[in-house]
Ligand binder design. Structure first.
Ligand code: AMP
Ligand code: GLY
Length: 420
């Protein structure tokens, strides 16, 4: 069975590592992949948004199954194009990926089906948004409707910040078309919990919960990033809360998508805020979280490929989906300047990790024989252990085996979780 993984981050490296453990996997390809994946998969130098070239490649190589990592190809409709050629995939169709691709859609869905989320208004005209912003409550959260590389959310604490965010999105169009419509929503407080789920539109299985660390610097300071680290499971996610989320949020979302004629098959990611009024959805993603998946996947005891294929064939309820009771911690090592700008081409020194510590690659490439940095988030050090405390210690021990010029990382991944 020949499998193609789309993407080049730590998330996709984690997928490649898990998939390569299945003896039924013959040839494994990563498109475009990164240096870390090269020992397990053949790298295919095609971009993740070059849909026609991806489809042609999959047909020519007679790929049996495709796993799509990032949001862009999903929202652009890669799964539809591949399935039209008879190539099965893990990932939602374009109609279903709109759950991540349009916040106006997802907020509307939650409103129509009574799924708890922040109160909000949609604006299509800058004049209306500016008028509303004159006397709305602060802080307020401004969100671009479409995809914006995880940067389309601004928490405005002052009136000036609010007006500036609206103008940046709607007048200066810093996110292009994605900011043609915006949402201004209520600011929620509480602990954040990420829950990745497998769903085929018939049943839904939650993976262990996790906690991302989105801000660049220690103590949740600095700009938002793609994620600087994650721990799993999230200690704030109690069994009672888990049941409540399943009944009030997860299953209602799956059902709502069915009712709208947009059956969702893939990883449905719930970004939740545990507010004083109960859990509310901050965002949906139509794919695995990065770096959440890197922390969660080592806890999976069942075979990943069987689950992904069952999702695609809509028989998820017939496969085993078991997780260990271990804890896990993933620390992201980023390039100097990330997320504002980033230096690349720095030589990486990397020792063989010890048992129970894994070094996943994200922005890495080869320059001749040398491993060099090639992006903002460069490497992910992941460790599992009996307790979260040990997992965090072990991950940071793993970090001490890596170095490159300008390397920056948060020293407090897991701190808030350990205080729970
Ligand atoms: P998103 O890209 O929608 O996940 O938003 C990025 C981050 O902004 C989230 O992880 C939250 O920390 C924060 N955020 C988004 N929406 C809200 C909200 N309504 N209230 C408070 N914080 C929010
Ligand atoms: N870590 C957040 C995300 O993948 O969107």
């Amino acid at each position: 069975m020949d499998v193609l993984v789309i993407g080049s981050g730590g998330r996709e490296h984690a997928l490649v590592v898990s998939l390569s453990k299945n003896p039924d996997v013959g040839r494994l390809f990563a498109l475009p992949g990164n240096a870390g994946m090269a020992s397990l998969a053949t790298l295919v130098p095609i971009g993740t948004k070059e849909l026609d070239r991806i489809v042609r490649f999959a047909k020519e190589e007679r790929i049996d199954f495709v796993v799509v990592g990032p949001d862009d190809p999903l929202v652009l409709g890669l799964v539809d194009l591949l399935e039209a050629e008879g190539i099965p995939c893990f990932g939602p169709s374009k109609r279903a990926a709109i759950l991540e691709g349009s916040k106006v859609f997802s907020k509307g869905l939650m409103k129509r089906y009574g799924i708890p989320s922040a109160a909000y208004e949609v604006f299509e005209r800058v004049e209306d948004a500016l008028l509303y912003a004159k006397d709305c409550t602060l802080p307020s959260v401004v969100k671009a409707d479409g995809l914006a590389l995880g940067k389309g959310v601004v928490i405005a604490y002052t009136r000036d910040e609010l007006l500036a965010a609206i103008k940046a999105m709607m007048v200066d169009k810093v996110f292009g078309q994605s900011g043609e419509k915006i949402i201004i929503e209520e600011f929620l407080t509480g602990f954040e919990i990420s829950v990745l789920t497998f769903t085929d539109g018939v049943s839904l299985r939650a993976l262990p919960s996790s906690m991302d660390h989105k801000r660049a610097y220690d103590g949740d300071q600095g700009p938002n990033t793609g994620g600087m680290g994650a721990i799993a499971p999230n200690p704030y996610y109690t069994p009672e809360l888990q049941e409540l989320c399943m009944q009030r949020i997860f299953l209602p979302t799956m059902d709502a998508m069915n009712k709208e004629g947009r059956t969702f098959k893939g990883c449905l990611y719930f970004g939740l805020m545990l507010t004083p009024d109960g859990p509310k959805v901050i965002e949906y993603n139509a794919r695995f979280g990065d770096p959440e998946l890197q922390a969660v996947l080592p806890l999976l005891e069942s075979d990943l490929l069987s689950i992904l294929m069952a999702v695609s064939q809509q028989c998820l309820k017939d496969v085993e989906v078991n997780f260990s009771s271990l804890s896990s911690c993933c620390v992201v090592l980023a390039s100097g300047g990330y997320p504002l700008c980033c230096e690349t081409g720095k030589r990486i020194t990397l020792c063989e990790p010890e048992e129970g510590i894994m070094c996943l690659h994200a922005g890495t490439s080869f320059e001749g024989e040398s491993l060099v940095t090639n992006g903002g988030r460069v490497l992910n050090v992941v460790a599992t252990a009996e307790t979260l405390h040990e997992a965090v210690e072990k991950a940071y021990h793993g970090v001490s085996f890596v170095s490159f010029d300008g390397m920056q990382y948060r020293k407090d991944i897991g701190k808030i979780a350990l205080e729970a």
